[in-house]
Ligand binder design. Structure first.
Ligand code: ATP
Length: 403
């Protein structure tokens, strides 16, 4: 379990503690005071768009980058502390690292590559042989030790890199986009294998990626970064269902986002009883987007908003239902009609763009759905699938743009 308090100090019980880390490169602030913890035996993903500071964070933990300020602790060892002038060398930090580029040495065999971390630690040759054989079996490369490392496929080379990172039983394994050079199918397979391996061996891991599926699949906790800062930090399911900021929502697939204003709070004037607030209970509100589309949704952000307050409303395209016959929606579902502007067939599903009055809605339909361009179609979205953020809290938010 990650702990992270508002003061920016990380919790004492964690295995890895990163506190108020700052790093700039020639005036570019890559890390602007980042703090997070990683509990023993868990995996934390650092997720975010290109340039948000993920790799700088990872390299700082490995000792390959020297931060300007802050503190990093691994186990009982403070490996970096700007105030205490501590900066341990990478070799003494006892971490394993797997890079995107595999970084497999071409002039060595598979076994020599994997055994190298043991060799530089002066482990006896016989023991190296045994441990290399064990770890090659673990990563599915049994019997390939004698091969030149370059005579392997990309996926196999990445397994060599993984074996080399874990052979000396490091207390922490750092992954820098390790699967992004692999094709989509192999990436999914390796993702599952990596997860299995981590749970079998129980190492603590920090995993850098810009791929949300990878982060959600592999991690106990996900840290979402943006411009050198942490935007959100939570277990995958929590973050996916209840993103804490518009940026996190958009990055995690809330691809319909609209500016709007609160039309009503607690009761729609249509017989809704005004609910008692308290215990963080979701409060029904109506948010008007465009000029006249009012969507019923739930406010979970603490003190009730007032009528007229500007809001950002978000929902996922895959939560939109198209063409449901009238009367078949669940009670309370938002429903309007629109015209199909575009549809793109992607095999198992189809992407739709629907112009519904003043708003343009992205929707995902089944692969065999048959709504054609220009067709009139009903659009349904449940209040529970909408997320709302106060515009006052996020005045700068302008969206991630087309992705
Ligand atoms: P990507 O996913 O593209 O690898 P990232 O989230 O890992 O991106 P970083 O590589 O950590 O981001 O970079 C963060 C910022 O620091 C970027 O603006 C980048 O250009 C800058 N930066 C990183 N390394 C250097 C360097 N050695 N010299 C100058 N600027 C750098």
């Amino acid at each position: 379990m990650i702990t992270h308090d508002a003061s920016g100090r990380s919790g004492a019980s964690a295995f890895v503690g990163v506190t108020a880390l700052r790093k700039s490169f020639d005036g570019t602030m890559a890390l602007q005071g980042v703090s997070f913890d990683v509990a023993l035996g868990t995996t934390v993903s650092l997720l975010g768009p290109s340039g948000c500071g993920k790799t700088t964070m990872l390299r700082s933990i490995a000792g390959l980058e020297t931060p300007n300020a802050g503190r990093i602790r691994i186990g009982d060892t403070v490996v970096f502390d700007s105030e205490g002038r501590v900066n341990l060398s990478p070799e003494t930090r006892q971490v394993g690292m797997v890079f995107q580029s595999y970084a497999v040495w071409p002039h060595m065999t598979v076994a020599e590559n994997v055994g190298f971390p043991l060799k530089i630690r002066r482990v006896a040759a016989r023991e190296i042989e045994a441990r290399v054989a064990d770890v090659l079996a673990l990563v599915g490369l049994a019997g390939l030790g004698g091969r030149p490392a370059t005579n392997l496929s990309g996926g196999q080379q990445q397994r060599v890199a993984l074996a080399r990172a874990i052979v000396h039983e490091p207390r922490l394994v750092l992954f820098d986009e390790p699967l992004s050079n692999l094709d989509a199918k192999l990436r999914e397979q390796m993702r599952t294998e990596l997860k299995l391996l981590q749970s079998r061996l129980g190492f603590t891991a920090i995993y850098v990626t810009h791929d949300q599926a990878e982060a959600l699949a592999l991690s106990d906790n996900v840290v979402v970064m943006n411009h050198g800062l942490i935007e959100g930090m939570a277990p995958p399911k929590e973050l996916f269902a209840h993103p804490t900021t518009p940026f996190v929502a958009n990055f995690l697939g809330f691809d319909n986002m609209f500016d709007g204003k609160v039309e009503w709070v607690g009761a729609a004037g249509n017989g809704d009883a005004k609910p008692a607030l308290g215990d963080g209970a979701p409060l029904p509100i109506g948010v008007t987007v465009g000029t006249d589309v009012t969507l019923r949704c739930f406010w979970r952000g603490g003190a009730a908003p007032s009528v007229g307050e500007p809001m950002i409303l978000a929902f996922r395209s895959e939560r939109v239902t198209l063409g449901l016959p009238a009367g078949q929606d669940d009670p309370g579902t938002n429903r309007c009609d629109g015209n199909v502007e575009a549809c793109v067939y992607v095999g198992t599903y189809q992407d739709y763009l629907i112009q519904a009055g003043p708003i343009r809605v992205r929707a995902v339909g089944p692969g065999d759905s048959t709504f054609g361009q220009g067709e009139r179609v009903s659009v349904s979205i449940k209040p529970d699938d909408c997320r709302v953020f106060s515009r006052k809290k996020f005045p700068e938010w302008r969206g991630l743009g087309e992705r």
